[in-house]
Design a protein around this ligand. Structure first.
Ligand SMILES: Nc1nc2c(ncn2[C@@H]2O[C@H](COP(=O)(O)OP(=O)(O)OP(=O)(O)O)[C@@H](O)[C@H]2O)c(=O)[nH]1
Ligand SMILES: [Mg+2]
Length: 278
């Protein structure tokens, strides 16, 4: 049963839910990482409705928290659509870049990957391994190359090869390190000398809870984040961070990572997500 299931059946069965029932709902919402503000708003909405309307009041409050922005990938009118993958260390950027490239290739698009995480040789190897497995070319630079130069080369290649998409993996960076955040701006500017960056997708690990909201806030201040990829929601009941981020920052979640293999990646569907919570 989802987050609200037990409580809703209780509320519907009685004329009045007790104070303890409402507390129980609020704790469940907090535990699911919806955050204090949104949790109390949802409880208020449900409390002020009649028992038989509690469910629809909760659904309306959840819908109200979701971003109204498009969840589709924005496409370049001509030339390659460039997608930049960013986020803090270990959130699942490289895996998500590969999964996204695989999903696009499955739709018969021509895709190129770029390994602009040049901090560690292992990062390039990791993406190359994915590329071999998926039969998607990976552009990389020399060891310790400037990530912006790798991104630039890859964009030139993407144009020359006339591919539909270029997905650029970047190094993990702490959102509180200003120089590293500025580097992302440079990567973007350099790429845009050749082709527009249509999407900057911030990868958030769902298991990091409320810290994910802080990461999203600071990344959004440094680069124009156009969407989120929420990873590791498999085996985590804490996907509520999705709503908390959408509610506070109005950045739409575009994809979910649901496991470690290429197919464990799906567009974010708000209806299914809300049904899942219920
Ligand atoms: N269960 C699960 N594991 C995931 C998911 N996405 C990524 N992982 C795992 O998380 C770990 C880190 O993934 P990476 O893709 O290397 O993360 P990263 O953000 O590129 O890491 P850095 O480049 O070191 O910052 C790996 O073991 C992945 O297999 C997911 O959706 N679900
Ligand atoms: Mg990586």
């Amino acid at each position: 049963m989802g987050l609200f299931g037990k409580l809703l059946s209780k509320i519907k069965g009685t004329a009045h839910a007790s104070a303890a029932d409402w507390d129980e709902l609020e704790v469940a919402l907090l535990e699911a990482d919806l955050g204090a503000k949104l949790s109390s708003r949802i409880v208020e909405a449900a409390r002020s409705a009649k028992a038989e309307n509690a469910e629809s009041a909760i659904v309306a409050a959840l819908h109200g928290a979701l971003s109204k922005k498009s969840r589709e990938i924005a496409r370049a009118l001509t030339g390659p659509t460039v997608i930049l993958i960013v986020g803090v260390n270990g959130t699942g950027k490289t895996t998500s870049a590969a999964k996204m490239a695989a999903a696009l290739a499955r739709e018969d698009s021509q895709v190129l990957l770029a390994a602009a995480d040049t901090f560690r040789a292992a990062a390039v190897d990791q993406l190359q391994t994915w590329g071999e497995r998926l039969e998607i070319d990976v552009i990389h630079g020399a060891a310790n190359a400037d990530p912006a130069s790798v991104a630039f080369d890859a964009t030139q290649q993407a144009v020359a090869r006339n591919v539909d998409y270029l997905v650029i993996d970047t190094a993990g960076r702490l959102h509180n390190k200003n120089d590293l955040m500025a580097e992302l701006g440079k990567v973007r500017r350099v790429v845009e000398k050749i082709a527009p960056v249509k999407e900057v997708l911030l990868v958030i690990d769902a298991t990091t809870g409320q810290n994910g909201l802080m990461q999203a806030k600071i990344f959004a201040e440094s680069v124009d984040v156009t969407g989120l990829i929420l990873t590791k929601i498999d085996g985590s009941a804490r996907g509520g961070i999705a709503l908390a981020i959408e509610e506070s920052l109005d950045i739409p979640i575009k994809f979910l990572g649901t496991g470690e293999s290429a197919k464990d990646f799906a567009p974010f569907d708000p209806e299914i997500y809300i049904q899942g919570l219920l």
